[in-house]
Ligand binder design. Structure first.
Ligand code: HEM
Length: 521
């Protein structure tokens, strides 16, 4: 029996190897095209574009200047260059050398011309195969269209607005509960994440956060952390296999929690056994992702994957809120905290039913400039990956040594959000937190992508075009709601001993959790 099994396995391995060898010797047309593009990219990186491995040293080794390290690469090599990277960034990109850009005209082309949005880069599509990660962000083609069609009406600002009262009450309850002050003194982000999950359980999934379904789902989605699992595994193949099993196991917990919700909804069972008051998800008018996916007859696998995926995307707002509180909690920015408090005070009074909602956002220039300035200084990712859908002409190099090149169809390009947001040619004093730049430029409008030096497409925290962030309206509303609850209740400050330093990663992960001191007003 054992011998037969070994024979079968060996024969199978032999045929797989033979097949791989055959494919290498006689590549099909698609593979030949891919190899041709790879050769051109190699030539561009070796002979035409500037940029070398030592550029990465500052980013990797010097946490104190990490935010500036990438823009420094662009200043040295030109806005489109060969980025040599290592560590988590190289792992995430699947390469340690890639064409990277912070050139607004090229970025505009890549975001706004639909030809580049049809196909997702290989790296994104791979993520779909990881249990729990298969969601809109990584999909393309018909699959993306179907998922988007099901989910987008929920993302509409007028839908989320129906949850505004609930979100405001939840925020006030969260920040005034006993122990909150001690909690945020240790780790502000951890606390804001809990609050953000309460909001998305209700407004996104239509689940009562205080009910049994809500508690189970919260615990399951919190347990999922594929990044931590793979970081633990490193490059060890056995550990990697174990990490994969671990992620699968985490995803099964989510599947179990989501199945209960889906079954209950299909049989019309009560999903509302929690003690939350003010339950907008009970209204026939409010939409949520789970109901929509059931209506679109998604299989359970797609529903639980998307539920987890959307929670992961939603985490971004907790990070941005934390950074905003950090910025206005710094001694040097305290005047912005005072101005914000005055603005919020003159507009809202939750006890008397005057709370932030989608309409009031437009009347809050101070809050909106703090929102935009936080997004500028702390983009949610160092960059995003795109793949050219046709040949694209652009200029590379610095000063007079600019050269026209053609990036062939199928070139992966890393769009450097952070470098765009810190580029001294696009921004006046980019390293300073200066919400006033938006007010001076009379540009607090939400849709603007123009910098304070009037460079178009230089401000792209949510990207632009067809594949921009779908959650920006929910994010905006949550931002104002949480800031309002905190700033009207407390004076906040960041201890002077705290040193802000990021990890050498794609996503803004702190070296040390941000502590916030709060004093009741
Ligand atoms: C301030 C907070 C947020 C920021 C800065 C942000 C930023 C982004 C960015 C840059 C992308 C594009 C990623 C890429 O293509 O590589 C994106 C996509 C996306 N975001 Fe957000 N996001 C935020 C909040 C949210 C929230 C609260 C949700 C709600 C679940 C959400 C849902 C999504 C979805 C579904 C996509 C995929 C869109 C698509 O590919 O069609 N985001 N977001």
């Amino acid at each position: 029996m054992d011998i037969t099994f070994t024979n079968v396995t060996m024969s199978l391995c032999f045929f797989v190897l033979l097949f791989a060898l055959f494919k290498k010797m006689f590549p099909d047309a698609k593979t030949r095209d891919k190899l041709k593009v790879e050769k051109i990219i190699e030539h561009l990186c070796d002979k035409v574009l500037k940029g070398g491995p030592s550029d990465w040293d500052d980013f990797e080794n010097n946490a104190k200047i990490r935010e500036k390290a990438i823009v420094n690469m662009a200043l040295k090599n030109g806005n489109t260059f060969a980025m040599h990277c290592r560590g988590h960034v190289a792992d995430a990109l699947g390469t340690n050398r890639i064409i990277a850009t912070c050139e607004p005209t090229l970025v505009k082309e890549l975001f706004l011309n639909k030809v580049h949005t049809i196909k997702r880069p290989e790296r994104y599509r791979l993520a779909q195969f990881l249990p729990g990660l298969d969601g809109v962000l990584f999909q393309d083609g018909e699959r993306w269209k179907t998922h988007s069609r099901a989910l987008i009406p929920v993302f509409h600002a007028s839908n989320f607005n129906q949850y505004a009262r609930f979100m405001n009450e939840a925020a006030v309850v969260h920040v005034t509960q006993t122990g909150w002050q001690k909690e945020v003194e240790k780790d502000l982000l951890k606390s804001i994440r809990q609050l953000a999950t309460t909001m998305v359980l209700a407004a996104g999934y239509g689940v009562d956060p205080l009910g049994e379904e809500g508690k189970q789902l919260r615990s399951a989605i919190y347990g999922y952390d594929e990044k931590a699992r793979f970081r633990w595994a490193g490059k060890n193949p056995f550990k990697l296999l174990f990490a994969l099993g671990w992620v699968w196991w985490d995803a099964q917990r989510i599947k179990k929690a989501v199945k209960v919700i889906v079954d209950n909804r299909k049989t019309g069972n009560s999903r509302d056994v929690g003690s939350s008051t003010n339950k907008p998800w009970k209204s026939a008018k409010t939409l949520n992702w789970i109901d929509r996916m059931i209506e679109f007859k998604f299989p359970l696998k797609d529903i639980y994957n998307e539920v987890n995926h959307l929670h992961a995307a939603h985490k971004a707002i907790a990070i941005i809120i934390t950074f905003a509180l950090y910025e206005i909690g710094l001694e040097k920015n305290i005047s912005w905290q005072t101005k914000l408090r005055e603005e919020l005070k003159s507009n809202f009074d939750i006890a008397h039913g005057k709370f932030p909602d989608k309409e009031s956002i437009k009347k809050l220039p101070i809050a909106m400039s703090i929102w935009k300035e936080t997004l500028r200084m702390h983009p949610i990712s160092l960059g995003v990956l795109r793949e050219t859908g046709r040949d694209v002409e652009t200029f590379v190099g610095t000063g007079d040594a600019k050269e026209k090149v053609v990036l062939p169809k199928g070139t992966p390009i890393q769009i450097l959000l952070q470098a765009m947001h810190y580029h001294p040619k696009f921004w006046d004093t980019p390293e300073e937190f200066r919400p006033g730049r938006w007010i001076d430029a009379d540009d607090t409008s939400q849709r603007s992508t123009t910098s304070d030096l009037k460079v178009k497409n230089a401000f792209i925290p949510f990207l632009d075009g067809q594949r921009q962030c779908q959650g920006r309206f929910l994010a905006e509303l949550e931002f104002i709601v949480v800031l309002n609850a905190i700033i009207l209740n407390y004076e906040i400050s960041v201890p002077s001993t705290y040193e802000f330093m990021l990890q050498p990663d794609f996503y803004p992960e702190m070296m040390h959790p941000i502590p916030l001191n709060v004093k009741k007003i």
